[in-house]
Design a binder for this molecule. Structure first.
Ligand code: HEM
Length: 366
């Protein structure tokens, strides 16, 4: 486990440490877990590092319209409607009722599929996130992840082969066309490699929304500053990313013997780079435990660093800012529900409340 900022950052760019989560999976995992992945989604463990050469540009092509004005308008409208209905209810869970529900709608719209498919997309995403953010490879989690990855690919392939589906400008259609330009057919592997990060990333946005709201609800002074100056919303999201990055740990598998942070990582061993600890390193950020939405956040590592840093970072910040702003605008009196609960994820690499019960008044939107 690597904690110091300088060590985490050098680990992220060290080419002797592969970013492939499933590198030599068959050597590291229990036999039954390997068998489960082979049974449901064998393409997951047959890929290699060369995948990254095409995944990045193809995913990027898929995101081409995601941050344009029409997309922003669509997210703002969905967020506003959902927030208004929850505020009218009075009590709700920011995680399940708001952030996840909104991410589900946005995911369906971006993929270019029916919003009624959102619930199963989110359930598959949850299985993927649970597996990829754990530090132990368990048989049941591997089996669920592989089944869900297979179901996701099946779903995406069906949508892509439907009449006209490839001519739209949803993520799937754009990515499929970019893949075809590189002579990559619609094989399970290529469709899987592009839809998996999109799905887990969209769930990451939901986690970031919850973390930002939680921090604002528990820091009255910072919330008052944001109310006074709404342009600080991007600072609030950036500070939430620094203080509680949803992806807390990034795994790397050593391709050879590597010295890092005063320790030796043997070839084939997994090392966890803690983005959460790096972002609170006092050698890099002054008063690192303080939530301050006006502080300079440059250098924070919530989206990784270097060649494998997050492609969806801009989109994630944008969506989160819209979602948090929409909720706080419709519920200026939003507060933790004294009769409700806040329960945090117990998966080691995932920092987010799974439940964040709040209460709000019945004011009408402005
Ligand atoms: C708040 C939301 C998100 C968080 C916290 C997050 C976090 C991260 C982190 C930490 C990495 C680096 C992984 C590593 O170094 O091994 C990463 C990579 C990546 N992210 Fe995100 N992400 C988010 C949203 C998204 C979205 C919306 C997308 C949309 C497609 C996305 C796509 C990707 C891809 C494709 C990579 C892999 C890049 C590569 O390996 O070359 N992410 N993300």
């Amino acid at each position: 486990l690597v904690l110091a900022y300088v060590d985490v950052r050098s680990g992220l760019v060290d080419e002797r440490l592969t970013a492939d989560r499933l590198h030599r999976f068959a050597d590291r995992a229990p036999a039954a877990a390997v068998a489960a992945v082979r049974r449901h989604a064998p393409w997951l463990i047959s890929g290699g590092d060369s995948d990254y050469e095409w995944i990045r540009p193809v995913v990027q092509a898929g995101l081409r319209t995601s941050a344009d004005a029409a997309s922003k308008g669509m997210i703002a409208q969905a967020a506003g409607e959902l927030a208004a209905s929850l505020v009218a209810r009075g009590r709700f869970d920011v995680a399940g009722d708001y952030a996840l529900a909104l991410s589900g709608q946005v995911l369906a719209d971006f993929l270019g599929v029916d919003r009624r498919d959102a619930a199963r997309l989110l359930a598959w995403g949850d299985d993927l996130i649970t597996f990829f953010n754990d530090v132990e490879i368990s048989v049941p989690a591997s089996e669920r992840m592989a089944r869900s990855a297979a179901a996701l690919v099946d779903f995406a392939l069906h949508r892509l082969t439907a009449t006209g589906a490839r001519s739209g400008d949803g993520f799937l259609a754009l990515a499929a066309r970019a893949a075809a330009d590189r002579d990559l057919g619609l094989a399970e592997e290529s469709v899987g490699m592009i839809t998996l990060p999109f799905l887990t990333g969209t769930l990451g946005v939901a986690h970031l929304v919850v973390n930002t709201v939680w921090l604002l609800l528990t820091h009255a002074d910072q919330r008052a500053r944001l109310t006074e100056d709404p342009s600080l919303i991007s600072g609030a999201v950036g500070e939430a990313l620094r203080l509680i990055p949803p992806v807390a740990l990034v795994p790397r598998v050593a391709l050879e013997r590597v010295a890092l942070g005063g320790a030796i990582v043997e070839s084939g061993e997994t090392v966890y780079l803690s983005l959460a600890a790096a972002n609170r390193d006092p050698a890099r950020f002054s008063h690192p435990g303080v939530f301050d939405i006006t502080r300079p956040q440059a250098g924070a590592l919530a989206f990784g660093y270097g060649a494998h840093s997050c492609i969806g970072a801009g989109l994630a910040r944008m969506q989160t800012a819209i979602a948090v702003e929409a909720l706080l605008r419709r519920a200026p009196d939003l507060a933790l529900d004294p009769e409700g609960e806040v329960t945090w994820s117990t998966i080691p690499g995932l920092q987010t409340p799974q439940k964040l019960d709040v209460r709000a008044g019945h004011r009408t939107p402005q």
